[in-house]
Design a protein around this ligand. Structure first.
Ligand code: E4P
Length: 217
């Protein structure tokens, strides 16, 4: 499963990219607003840091507007993936932009039928929002499983990008359900590495090693 980080915070992205664990980045208008800097500048900086896909979302709501914005965003760097909402206009824009060789991430997906349409529109990625489904008492992970089955049934190449991930358990369950990608907030990525038994075990090894009086180098 590929790991994308879900943030527009360039400092966070740089730190995570240094670990070598990052396969891409997703942003959305809310994350850009939080970063409080010019959108195009942020996208250009992120694209220079991370070689993988960097999702940048359009804000027009009509297909023509989305296509124009998408072309403009795609011109920033080769690794921009234009993010469009899962509406009829968004699907139309997806078809056009994909046909021009631009990566497209169809976002705000909340049902298997919507994901089926995104694949038929030639999306590079579809982003089901699991946390937001959980928020309203539905099962976000069930949706990941359904999309996996549908895409496998028909050999769709659209990558299943699990979004709106809120916990480390979401990450584990997405991997078990066969998501191609998980886009994860920075804090959750850092939590993935932590285990109290790892810390305890390392402390014990280092204490015993100290007793030997040896050095490796
Ligand atoms: C990513 O593409 C989405 O915009 C993001 O994961 C949404 O997460 P949220 O539901 O926590 O805002």
């Amino acid at each position: 499963m590929k790991f994308f980080v879900d943030t527009a915070d360039v400092a966070e992205i740089r730190a995570l990219a240094d670990t070598g664990l990052l396969d891409g980045v997703t942003t959305n208008p809310s994350l850009v607003a939080k970063a409080g800097r010019p959108f195009r500048e942020i996208v250009a900086e992120i694209c220079a840091i991370v070689a993988g896909p960097v999702s940048a979302e359009v804000t027009a709501t009509d297909a023509e507007g989305m296509i124009a914005e998408g072309r403009s965003l795609a011109a920033i760097a080769d690794n921009v993936a234009v993010k469009v909402p899962l509406t009829m206009d968004g699907l139309k824009a997806c078809k056009t932009l994909s046909g021009e060789g631009t990566m497209v991430n169809v976002t705000l997906c909340f049902s298997a039928n919507q994901a089926l349409l995104a694949a038929k529109a030639g999306a590079t990625f579809v982003s089901p929002f699991i946390g937001r489904l959980d928020d309203i008492g539905l099962d976000g992970l069930e949706l990941i499983g359904e999309i996996r089955t549908i895409y496998d049934n028909y050999g769709f190449e659209t990558e299943l990008l699990a979004a709106s991930i809120r916990t480390v358990n979401h990450v584990r369950l997405c991997a078990l359900a066969g998501a191609d990608v998980a886009t994860i907030p920075p804090a959750i990525i850092r939590q993935l590495v932590s285990h109290p038994l790892t810390d305890k075990g390392l402390d014990a090894f280092l204490a015993d090693w100290k007793k030997t009086g040896q050095t490796i180098l």
